[in-house]
Design a protein around this ligand. Structure first.
Ligand code: SF4
Length: 400
């Protein structure tokens, strides 16, 4: 039976393709798509050149299984579309992650939205620039990675839509504080189905590096409900992720988990042999079995968020782009590992809010008028680490 708007389906296991297939069958995705001729857009998270195993990007296996399912069901007009974050080339990212080869094999085109011009769209009262070709999509399938985020605490279905807007608009989102525009974007671009890759997302940072094995995929039709549920998984109060409430208030979905129906399965293991279980619908002999697993509907994981909060106190971010801030935190972590962070007595200023302003210590071209500044838009985390290390050591030498 077709998945309802208030349903969330969760599956745990290790066979990524089989789990994907299982969720698509339990949701009856094919029945949700209005016609065989509709153009279906698949939006993974290809934020940058970091592998899925490192916790940043969508596993290719999920997208492959999704495409194969749709093709088997007779849907031929498919496209995968994305723009990586500011500072990374989508073209290089797609090549690095092997999406180019996979999609060629599957006969599915890829749209690099960094090459699109922006067109104006009213998103529930907020005028936004959206990548031109997004408006050609008739049915949008969002395939985000469930991750932590150093500015918004978490990122999943709602924030993944930021890959559908031009780079200049992404920068403006940061100037607007992220939450308000992300909420409005949810009302301006409709997501028809969400398939969350929660296999091993980094639960602290958007750009990966510290993956946490969760072995989980989640399906939903309502992006607001999906993100509310995922907050619970990360032990984050949804009220502390304001874009969820904003999106709900604008009619993009419901944040009411009490009305949600969560159905969960787990992949059968050898120990389940002979147990009365379910075969995935359409499954063949020898395919993995999936057993109802109500006890796993909510399996929280410590997010490590407190460590990030402590480290981020050294930074003074004003409207920083995700990439810039995302590189700064690991640079600060490296300094901490060397015992240098506590010796950093100046705040590190970062973000577009410092353009045209003066200060002492700044990261990125936006702080180019500062006494000590690192050029780049954004600079890499290694450059940031080296620059800050040099700053600390030079300051100590001067004091001696
Ligand atoms: S230097 Fe400024 S504009 Fe460039 S990535 Fe950093 S915050 Fe964004």
């Amino acid at each position: 039976m077709k998945m309802k708007k208030n349903e969330i389906h969760v599956v745990y296991g290790e066979d990524i393709a089989g789990m994907t297939r299982h969720l698509l069958e339990t949701a009856d995705l094919a029945a949700m798509i209005p016609s065989r001729d509709v153009k279906i857009g698949i939006k993974p998270n290809l934020v940058g050149q970091v592998t899925a195993e490192d916790g940043a990007t969508t596993h290719r296996e999920v997208v492959r299984a999704l495409v194969e399912y749709l093709q088997e069901k007779g849907f031929g007009d498919l496209v995968v579309l994305e723009s990586s974050w500011v500072g990374d080339s989508t073209e290089q990212t797609v090549r690095f992650l092997g999406y180019d080869r996979m999609l060629e094999e599957l006969g599915v085109p890829f749209w690099d939205l960094q090459k699109d011009r922006g067109v104006s769209r009213d998103c529930a009262g907020m005028e936004m620039q959206v990548c031109e070709r997004v408006l050609q999509i008739g049915f949008l399938i969002n395939v985000p990675v469930l991750k932590g985020h150093c500015q918004t605490r978490m990122t999943c279905a709602l924030k993944n839509m930021k890959g559908l807007i031009p780079g200049s608009e992404k920068r403006r989102f940061h100037r607007l504080g992220l939450h308000e525009p992300i909420g409005h974007l949810a009302a301006g671009i409709r997501q028809d189905f969400i398939l969350v890759d929660s296999i091993c997302g980094d639960l602290t940072m958007e750009d990966g590096g510290s993956p946490v094995q969760q072995d989980r995929l989640i399906a939903a039709c309502d992006p607001v409900l999906c993100d509310t549920y995922c907050c619970r998984l990360l032990e984050i109060d949804p009220a502390r992720v304001p874009y969820i409430g904003i999106a709900a208030g604008l009619g993009a979905g419901s944040a009411d988990l009490d009305r949600a129906v969560v159905r969960a399965w787990r992949e059968a293991t050898g120990g389940d042999a002979g147990a009365p279980g379910e075969r995935p619908a359409g499954g063949e002999a020898g395919a993995h079995a999936y057993l109802p697993a109500p006890d796993l509907t909510l399996k929280p994981t410590p997010s490590g968020w407190k460590d990030i909060l402590r480290i981020s106190e050294k930074a003074e971010a004003v409207d920083s782009c995700s990439a810039c801030y995302g590189y700064l935190i690991p640079a600060l972590q490296m300094l901490e590992q060397e015992g240098l962070l506590e010796r950093l007595t100046e705040k590190v200023c970062i973000g577009q809010g410092y353009r045209g302003k003066r200060g002492v210590l700044g990261i990125g071209s936006c702080t180019r008028l500062f006494d000590h500044t690192l050029a780049g838009c954004p600079p890499t985390e290694t450059q940031m680490y080296q620059f800050l290390k040099d700053f600390i050591l030079a300051g100590e030498q001067e004091a001696e």
